[in-house]
Write a protein that binds this ligand. Structure first.
Ligand code: 5AD
Ligand code: SF4
Length: 409
């Protein structure tokens, strides 16, 4: 009987892709996947540390695994990702039953790490189940920015771009395996470059590969929304019309203190340029940065109105050890909570409005099941007829319920 692997992933799309990569190495060492922890022999916990809460959840899950490990002989625990990178081997002091720690930066030599541990040996296991229509391809790792609230640069390290020929080979392989949509991944994905090539050039290359029908990417930084990028997307309909563009704040003063590298006006200009090219824009916003005044906060509220985001993920500022902002005095928790509440109320209606705005319009949906697919600008749609999974259907949205478009065909 093959041994079973259970994976718990916290955090961003990068982590999901890393989990997939780690799983592939484990499957070639005799494991098959299970979604049931009780029948697992190995628990892989891939963690996030971007906010204290994310790290806390991963650590409390690890705490629960103590009992799980006791219940059956031969069980192992592997703790990976960003929290593992931050806390390192000292984790084994608090959690002595932990077998292996593999930080986010170890991903490239994960196979070596497994082999050195002596716990695993190469043999045939199960295959990764092909799920959905989207194939994830990591194109860069790390971040060269130094946003004052953010722990990512210290955890993930400086930017390292993968060569375009490896990226294209990987994307072509994914398309061949039946993923018509390719999602390019990186911490600051659009900072990707190589000699003579920009991210926009890479988008063109990947979208021209046989079998690739649509290309998405996450997470971009506003600094790299360049005129060349705008021109390339304008001429390339395979580039999906959705962008997740983290704004973080609507106040130029706070943006400067965060060291984001843009002002409110520059950001709004880029947002307008993207919208003029048919993009829906979602964003991340932080409330309660240490220097945020009531006025600054109100600027974030008006940014939401002016930008017309299709969705906004809102976070309370969380001080991260070693970051410059963590040295500043915190605002009172009550203020953070109030501001988060007000902002959440403000963004609650965004999806409804964005869905409603599609009624009567043409949409192109990539089918993810016989009756359901996603539009290029990332809205879910339900069709009347049944279609083959992985095909693109051009139709018209006739109605919306705020979470789903209902199409004519
Ligand atoms: N506190 C709160 N939110 C943060 N983010 C990053 N660092 C912090 C922090 N210290 C948010 C940003 C980023 C998202 C992934 O997490 O909005 O875009
Ligand atoms: Fe963190 Fe800023 Fe880099 Fe994004 S761009 S990962 S927020 S430092």
């Amino acid at each position: 009987m093959t041994k079973k692997l259970f994976i718990q992933t916290y955090g961003c799309q990068m982590n999901l892709a890393d989990s997939e990569e780690m799983a592939a190495h484990l499957l070639s060492r005799g494991y098959s996947l299970t979604e049931n922890l009780d029948e697992a022999d190995l628990a892989l916990v891939n963690t996030c540390t971007v906010r204290d809460h994310a790290e806390h959840r991963a650590l409390s899950f690890l705490g629960r695994l103590r009992q799980w490990k006791r219940e059956k002989d031969g069980r192992h625990i592997l703790f990976a990702g960003c929290a593992a990178q931050r806390l390192g081997e000292k984790l084994k002091k608090t959690f002595p039953y932990l077998d292996l720690v593999s930080g986010a930066r170890d991903i490239d030599h994960f196979a070596d790490l497994l082999d050195k541990s002596g716990l695993f040996s190469l043999q045939h296991g199960g295959d990764l189940p092909a799920k959905g229509v989207t194939g994830y391809v990591t194109i860069m790792r790390g971040c060269d920015f130094a946003c004052t609230y953010c722990i990512v640069p210290s955890v993930r390290g400086p930017v390292h771009c993968l060569p375009s020929k490896d990226i294209c080979a990987r994307a072509a392989q994914k398309a061949k395996e039946g993923f018509p949509e390719i999602m390019l991944l990186g911490q600051t994905v659009n900072a990707w470059k190589e000699e003579g090539k920009t991210f926009a050039d890479l988008l063109n290359e990947v979208s021209a590969l046989p079998g690739v029908q649509r290309v998405r990417f996450v997470s971009p930084h506003p600094a790299f929304i360049t005129p060349q990028f705008l021109q390339v997307v304008e001429n390339n309909p395979k580039i999906a019309r959705h962008i997740h563009l983290p704004a973080q704040s609507g106040s130029t003063k706070v943006l400067q203190e965060m060291k984001r590298g843009y002002t409110r006006e520059i950001l709004l200009e880029k947002i307008r340029a993207l919208k003029a090219r048919g993009f829906a824009i979602s964003t991340d916003l932080i409330v309660g940065f240490p220097t945020e005044t009531q006025e600054d906060f109100e600027q974030t509220l008006t940014l939401v109105e002016e930008a017309g985001f299709s969705a906004a993920y809102c976070f309370k500022y969380s001080p991260r050890l070693g970051t410059p902002a963590a040295q500043m005095p915190l605002l009172r928790e009550k203020v953070l909570e109030e501001r988060l509440d007000i902002l959440l109320n403000k963004v609650r209606g965004l999806a409804d409005d964005a869905y409603a705005a599609h009624v009567g319009k043409e949409i192109e949906i990539l089918m993810e099941s016989p009756h359901k697919g996603r539009s290029s600008d990332n809205f879910w749609a339900q069709t009347k007829k049944s279609y083959t999974i992985g095909t693109i259907v051009k139709t018209v949205a006739e109605a919306s319920d705020g979470t789903l478009l209902f199409t004519r065909d």
